[in-house]
Design a protein around this ligand. Structure first.
Ligand SMILES: [Zn+2]
Length: 226
């Protein structure tokens, strides 16, 4: 939606509820300045029983997620309140910040972590896809939502223990066969938050098993596994 249209419709800051100015979107300048930035750039080891060798992917996260901070509120809005405009805004802001870091390899393809069709119907949209669209609008490339698919419907991650989550998603994703893409193309898997890392490991492993050699992960928030 156009910025001015959102202004005239009376959009307010998702955190402090103040009316937003035309140049602001999603969060006001004051709240944006108080966000707990992570600037995480770490390796995530992909080690599993069925891989001959452990592999490493870079994980880039923008904000620190905790059960009590503002990031939890933002992620709750985009996941459970269908706030798609906010998800796109956050993707744009993340893209501007992380993309400006030196040494960052900007992805050519953004792949959102897929939702199972049943959950997609419940939620109405995939929040990771909206984040990816925000990233793409700032950093270029394209969003590909059909390469990776979720093969089984796992229970909500928040209800499970750490080990249960890991086992639950280890083989939950696969690549569609017959994809005609350069295997060296720069791919980023996009998710809202990394907690145990098990979901992103499973996604990146599926892409690497399909022959893609240049896979990284970008997430809005990070917690837990650090
Ligand atoms: Zn605010």
């Amino acid at each position: 939606m156009h910025t001015w249209l959102r202004f005239w419709l009376g959009e307010s800051c998702r955190l402090c509820k103040v009316d937003l100015l035309p140049k602001e979107s999603g969060i006001c300048v004051g709240c944006s300045g108080l966000l707990p930035f992570a600037w995480l750039d770490e390796g995530l080891l992909l080690a599993s029983e069925d891989q001959a060798e452990s592999q490493n992917v870079r994980v880039r996260s923008w904000l620190v997620f905790s059960e009590k901070n503002a990031v939890r509120h933002l992620i709750h809005r985009i996941k459970y309140k269908s706030d798609r405009p906010l998800a796109v805004d956050l993707g744009r802001a993340m893209g501007r910040d992380l993309g400006s870091l030196s040494g960052i390899s900007i992805p050519e393809i953004w792949i959102p972590v897929p939702l199972h069709p049943k959950r997609l119907r419940q939620r109405g949209y995939n929040q990771s896809e909206a984040l990816a669209q925000g990233l793409q609008s700032v950093l270029g490339g394209r969003v590909e939502s059909r390469i990776l698919k979720r093969d089984k419907h796992s229970e909500s991650q928040t209800k499970n223990s750490r080990n249960a989550r890991s086992n639950n998603v280890a083989h939950a994703f696969s690549c569609k066969p017959g994809i005609l893409l350069d295997p060296n193309i720069r791919i980023a898997v996009v998710d809202d938050v990394i907690t145990t890392g098990s979901t992103l490991k499973a996604c990146c492993s599926a892409l690497q098993a399909a022959g893609f050699t240049n896979v990284q992960a970008w997430t809005l928030g990070c917690s837990g596994w650090l």
